[in-house]
Write a protein that binds this ligand. Structure first.
Ligand code: PRX
Length: 630
């Protein structure tokens, strides 16, 4: 791993208008941060007390490194805090959710309507025998029923495991069997670029040899040609909730009961089931949504992520709904039917807070300023970014072209494991392009060397988190060793796996992963998962993949493949192997390039040295190769 390298950057700074800070929830960053440091438990208690608890907690946390319990004897329910709390007050008839599909289709739910649908679905799940603690896999496109299903699970204490609808059968299978899901909720199709893409056959394949699955609930969207329902184990989504009672009390959950599992790619082996709990996650998602996005009652909030990722969990569904916001979700792609589609949505719905990914911003930069210029973007107030470094050029374009030099940009650094934002530039503070910012009030983070000593500004090092936070993951599902590993790498701290650097002002720039993960268009792809998909093709003997920098996606995947005897390299075989990965793992994990090779650089213990492949690919010095086998 790299260490003690110097990083060059400029001191260029953008100063927001003073009114931003004056009118914000957080007020002065430093004051808020000092209050937190002085008394962390009171800080979190104050934030937690803004939510509903069926019975209050008697202490804020118990911390036995590396295991935390937050609000340990408190009882609550996150779905109650998203819905019941809102329908009991002036937000009952406020719009909770606007869904925009392709071809101008639209559906709108008020808080009351969403509440009723969630209760019906909760009763539907109960009818299938789902009880508190059971796992439910949700494999759906971005439709309101995806969110309704998540909230229904949370309402009855079932643990949801949402799997991104773009994953293929093998990726879905390992996530279903890993979580031992009892029920899978899916849809017949997803719509993309004017076409319907079938999903149900992927589920049918994924549940072969998945003995835990008792039922599959299918949302049928193709009304002209409805897919067949196999009655023994399948049930239509709306049939399931047709005759159920419209009332369903929220289950009283212990704060430390699991709320959901979300699989994320690991640097080695199978994907990791990150476990989040009811109370701590709830407080973290609520507090950050309120303060980082400065959400107010008249905001129209649009986060473009899919609930298949943590961003969708915390900042499409739970955080905004707990704050009583009006949220927008869209099923379409940003450049369909043309590159103006996002900006028309901003104008049409009067979006005030937009939260998207650098890969989308860079794609829009490429398409030119004419597209955003066609729409009136003056409703925008705050711009957010997440998933990978927001490079200075992309920051400046976002700030100038989309925000008209007036909207603060919050580049939020965090992870599936952290559950909530950890580092950003709180609104009202000076912004340094390329730097995500400082630890938010509630978080203690630093850049250190491999022994845990802080490195001076300008010197690169490892990003670590030094103190527990409420929405920290509590476990890797059924894999305590992998949980422990996060805390053993740099003694005493949580090692996040990213390299970073600080400037004189203490702002942190995240440079990228220090391990074998490739971030493609903001999605973590484990090299191990792609390599094993490649090797599962009959012509492939061995494979290694690396990330290659890409202007738009941040990185793309390049694969080096050794063929089995009897197979000759050809373009046709390349395409066949690529197609195989695409259907196994899904389009996001598909390499953009394959090179056939006859050997791979390995250590004597047989570990593939990906950094050597990468250095060669980029025309760089491969560094220390003393451990290379041949
Ligand atoms: O490498 C960092 C990058 O994404 C990783 C976490 O990925 P995941 O668990 O899938 O969660 C993504 C959404 C929170 C991090 O370790 N990352 C995330 N946000 C940023 C980032 N890198 C730089 N800047 C960010 N704002």
């Amino acid at each position: 791993m790299a260490e003690d390298f110097s990083v060059k950057f400029t001191d260029k700074q953008y100063l927001p208008d003073p009114s931003v800070k004056k009118n914000s929830w957080i007020g002065d960053y430093q004051k808020a941060y000092n209050a937190f440091i002085k008394d962390p438990d009171s800080f979190w208690d104050k934030n937690a007390s803004e939510l509903h608890w069926f019975s209050p907690y008697s202490k804020v946390k118990e911390w036995n490194f590396p295991h935390a319990r937050w609000f340990p004897d408190g009882k609550t329910n996150i779905a109650y805090n998203c819905l019941d709390r809102q329908v009991q007050n002036a937000r009952r008839n406020k719009v909770a959710l606007i869904w925009k599909g392709e071809e101008d289709t639209e559906r709108i739910y008020t808080y009351r309507q969403l509440y009723r649908e969630v209760m019906r679905m909760a009763n539907g799940l109960k009818k299938l025998g789902v009880v508190k603690g059971d796992r439910v896999c949700i494999y759906m496109p971005m439709v309101p029923e995806q969110i309704i299903s998540m909230l229904a699970c949370a309402r009855i204490g079932a643990v949801h495991s949402v799997v991104f609808g773009g994953f293929g059968a093998a990726a879905l299978h390992s996530r279903i069997t890993g979580a031992e899901a009892k029920v899978v909720i899916t849809a017949d199709v997803t719509f993309r670029r004017g076409k319907s893409i079938p999903l149900k056959h992927i589920i049918e394949e994924a549940i072969i040899d998945a003995p835990s699955v008792e039922h599959v609930v299918v949302l049928r969207r193709e009304l002209h040609q409805p897919v067949e329902i196999h009655r023994e184990m399948e049930v239509d989504f709306y049939d399931l909730i047709k005759d159920v009672s419209p009332d369903c009390e929220a289950e009283v959950m212990d704060a430390e009961d699991p709320l959901f599992i979300l699989y994320t790619s690991g640097s080695t082996g199978a994907p990791k089931g990150i476990v989040h709990t009811c109370g701590g996650y709830m407080v973290g998602a609520y507090y950050t949504t309120k303060n980082v996005f400065d959400i107010k009652d008249n905001d129209v909030y649009w986060c473009t992520a899919d609930p298949g990722w943590i961003t969708g969990h915390s900042y499409v569904v739970y955080g905004p709904l707990m704050n009583g916001a009006t949220i927008i979700i869209t099923e379409g792609t940003p450049d369909y039917p043309d590159a103006g589609s996002y900006w028309r949505i901003v104008e049409d719905f009067g979006v005030t807070i937009l939260y998207t990914a650098p890969t989308a911003i860079r794609m829009f930069m490429k398409m030119g300023e004419d597209w955003p210029d066609k729409s009136n973007l003056s409703s925008l107030r705050i711009l957010g970014s997440v998933g990978e470094p927001l490079n200075p050029e992309a920051f400046e374009w976002y700030y100038r072209v989309i925000g008209n030099n007036r909207c603060p940009v919050v580049d939020t650094w965090w992870q599936t494991e952290t559950g909530m934002h950890m580092i950003t530039t709180m609104i009202g503070e000076p912004m340094y392009p390329g730097f995500a910012g400082k630890p938010i009030p509630g978080v203690v983070a630093d850049v250190v060397d491999k022994d845990g000593k802080p490195v001076p500004h300008g010197t690169g090092g490892f990003l670590v988190l030094k103190e527990p936070w409420p929405s920290m993951f509590r476990a890797v599902f059924k894999d305590p060793e992998r949980y422990q590993k996060y805390w053993d790498t740099i003694p005493g701290y949580y090692t996040v796996g990213d390299l970073a650097v600080k400037n004189k002002q203490g702002y942190i720039m995240v440079l990228g992963r220090s391990d074998d993960l490739i971030v493609v268009a903001g999605h973590n792809i484990g090299t191990a998962e792609v390599e094993s998909a490649l090797v599962s093709h009959k012509a492939v003997a061995e494979a290694a993949v690396i990330g290659k920098p890409d202007d738009v996606k941040g990185n793309v995947i390049k694969a080096f493949v050794i063929l089995r005897l009897g197979h000759e390299p050809s373009d046709r075989l390349k395409n066949e192997i690529l197609y195989h990965v695409r259907i196994t793992l899904g389009p996001i994990a598909m390499p953009s390039e394959i090179e056939f090779v006859t050997s791979l650089p390995k250590t004597r213990s047989g570990k593939i040295m990906r950094r050597v492949l990468k250095a060669k690919e980029m025309g760089m010095d491969p560094g220390d190769i003393s451990t290379i086998e041949d």
